[in-house]
Design a protein around this ligand. Structure first.
Ligand code: AMP
Ligand code: MG
Length: 443
């Protein structure tokens, strides 16, 4: 059934999300899990750090030995050994002795403070007879001594076992999204793999007799397929695995064949698609066959979303060869429209499949530098350049806002949003901006 009611962006999003759900967990190497979501509680099997260790290069001492030390009357200690990070000193720091020690090395038995080199009379770190060139990182040292110039408090410059994470603690809970720091924490727990919700495989299909794959020779009346590439890149950035199905010409037969082949689970080593994204063919033109094919073969809603650019949008499910119904988003053909509708509906769908809950972009209020028009009561997403000046954000447009002008998208780091009921934003007015470029702003 085809319905063509005009619906709000929020309502469209709700309908899109009603077709998708979180995918099942998989065990993933941690290095490949960026942007995925934990399907387990990550628990520490041991303390981190695992042992008391020194935070400084210096000397491991008994703090009591250094009482009263000063520049004018240094306390002299006998150096009984050297210890590099990665080794254990087998002996013991007894009264009147010290071990020369490097950052990260375990604090030797008997020692309760580290005196940094700067607080000793050792001027350079490369003292005679140091560990340099020695085969082992821990060894007893022929007699030499060191002058301590300042009293050390017990515990000084020692990082305690478990001060970061206690053995048995749940460090990150199920549902946590993995960024670089979270992946680092998993590595510090000794985890080579982690249980996360699977990434969706997203089939991306372009349609249109005029569309050519880049690399093909240009010919009259044709244009290169930019949508498959911009949308695949957005899929990847969102955490999905894009799989380009190529281009289907504007006939029911060609499109049906491409969809069947593309969604055939035996057809690709990358696995079956969890989501299908097509571009173009959803308007009212004579050759806009996506909607016809989907209306016939699958289940489709055909909407007009109250937004600009990108108002025609289709959503439904297409039957795959194995009987699954693959959710389908039919993006408009215009290159800017397809990117912005993907941003508003495709990215949340992928996040939902990944198990992520929030997909709101950072939103800032900026001073409009130009007039931004809203001619017909839709919500306008204008391509904007957000910059910071005098402690405020300013938004200027990237140029002509036609939905075919893809370079205007390439220049933008934000979308300035004009609400449905606002006729125009005037220069100097405040405008809400969605930050779309990596969260960082050019100055
Ligand atoms: P349609 O939705 O089929 O009416 O297409 C709208 C506009 O988008 C037309 O100017 C198409 O030529 C253009 N278009 C369609 N598909 C693509 C594509 N894959 N890459 C770039 N432009 C496209
Ligand atoms: Mg077309």
């Amino acid at each position: 059934m085809i319905t063509q009611a005009m619906i709000s962006v929020e309502e469209a999003l709700e309908r899109v999300l009603s077709y998708v759900h979180r995918l099942e967990p998989e065990e993933q190497p941690i290095a490949d899990a960026l942007g995925q979501v934990l399907a387990e509680d990550a628990q520490a099997g041991f303390d981190i750090p695992p042992f008391d260790n020194t935070a400084m290069d210096g000397y491991a001492v008994r703090a009591a030995d250094t009482n009263g030390a000063s520049e004018s009357s240094p306390v002299r200690l006998r150096v009984i050994g050297e210890l590099a990070a990665g080794y254990v000193f087998e002996g013991e720091v007894t009264p009147g002795t010290a071990v020369r020690i490097m950052t990260g090395a375990p604090v030797p038995r008997g020692a309760d403070a580290i005196v940094p080199f700067e607080e000793t009379d050792e001027t350079s770190t490369g003292s005679a007879g140091s560990a340099a060139g020695h085969r082992f990182g821990a060894f007893a040292k022929a007699s030499s001594d060191v002058g301590v110039l300042k009293a050390a408090r017990p515990g000084a410059n020692i990082r305690r076992a478990g001060e970061d994470v206690r053995r048995g603690a749940v460090v990150m809970q199920e549902g946590a999204a993995l960024g670089p720091a979270q992946i680092g924490v998993l590595a510090s727990l000794g985890r080579a793999t982690v249980r996360v919700y699977r990434r969706p495989v997203v089939a991306v299909l372009s349609t249109g007799d005029e569309v050519l794959d880049p690399g093909q020779p240009m010919s009259p009346g044709k244009i290169y397929d930019s949508n498959a590439y911009s949308v695949s890149a957005m899929v990847q950035e969102a955490g999905g695995i894009p799989r380009r199905l190529g281009i289907a010409s504007d006939t029911v037969e060609a499109l049906t064949a491409k969809l069947r082949e593309g969604l055939d689970p035996s057809g690709s080593a990358q696995g079956r698609a969890d989501l299908l994204i097509t571009s173009a063919g959803v308007s009212r033109g004579d050759y806009d066959v996506v909607k016809d094919v989907l209306a016939k073969e699958g289940e489709i809603d055909f909407w007009t979303v109250r937004m600009k650019p990108g108002k025609p949008l289709a959503f439904g499910a297409f039957p795959a060869a194995d009987g699954r119904r693959v959710p389908h988003i039919g993006l408009p053909g215009n290159p800017v429209s397809s990117m912005i509708t993907f941003e508003l509906f495709g990215r949340p769908a992928i996040y939902t499949m990944l198990g992520k809950t929030g997909w709101e972009r950072p939103r800032v209020r900026a001073i409009a530098e130009e007039r931004i028009e809203n001619s017909d009561g839709r919500r306008v997403y204008a391509r904007a350049i957000l910059s910071q000046r005098d402690g405020r954000y300013h938004a200027s447009l990237t140029g002509p806002q036609g939905s075919g002008i893809l370079t205007s998208m390439a220049l933008a780091n934000a979308l300035a949003v004009v609400p449905e009921d606002v006729r125009a934003i005037e220069p100097g007015d405040e405008v809400a901006c969605l930050v779309i470029e990596g969260g960082g702003l050019s100055q």
